[in-house]
Design a protein around this ligand. Structure first.
Ligand SMILES: N=c1c2ncn([C@@H]3O[C@H](COP(=O)(O)OP(=O)(O)OP(=O)(O)O)[C@@H](O)[C@H]3O)c2ncn1[C@@H]1O[C@H](COP(=O)(O)O)[C@@H](O)[C@H]1O
Length: 109
């Protein structure tokens, strides 16, 4: 999985220098952070709706498609801010063996 994210991160980085006319990612970078965040929000809402629909229909194909759109646009956001997917992979790795309940309790002490 992380190989795909790493490859995608490299593509997103390379697209910073591409023409907005030929690259969707370059067009997002050119429009700026607010447009990228708008897409993250839009795709997140579409994912929530697809999950609700999937619960009723039993068909997960749309929610998988929409989740990929959210992941993709959050990676564009991170790239715009100078971060790579590896930063998120490292953070998730760091959390292995840390119970979410214990972590939350330690924050409230
Ligand atoms: N994974 C993706 C990917 N996922 C989704 N999308 C695009 O994200 C957009 C979001 O869908 P919408 O229906 O919301 O798009 P829209 O209605 O045109 O958007 P708005 O005009 O409303 O902003 C679509 O244009 C999708 O094609 C992606 N575009 C690119 N990639 C990857 O990024 C690489 C670089 O892409 P380019 O920069 O276009 O070369 C590609 O090779 C892929 O690996």
């Amino acid at each position: 999985m992380s190989e795909v994210l790493t490859r995608l991160g490299d593509i997103l980085e390379a697209r910073k220098g591409a023409s907005p006319d030929s690259s969707y990612v370059a067009s997002l970078h050119a429009k700026g952070l607010n447009k990228i965040l708008e897409k993250v929000g839009e795709e997140s809402i579409e994912t929530i709706i697809a999950a609700k629909d999937a619960k009723v229909s039993g068909d997960n194909s749309d929610v998988i498609y929409e989740t990929a759109d959210v992941w993709f646009h959050t990676l564009v956001m991170l790239s715009h801010l100078g971060e790579s997917p590896q930063s998120v992979i490292d953070e998730l790795s760091r959390r292995f063996d840390i119970s979410g309940i214990e972590e939350k309790a330690s924050r409230n002490k």
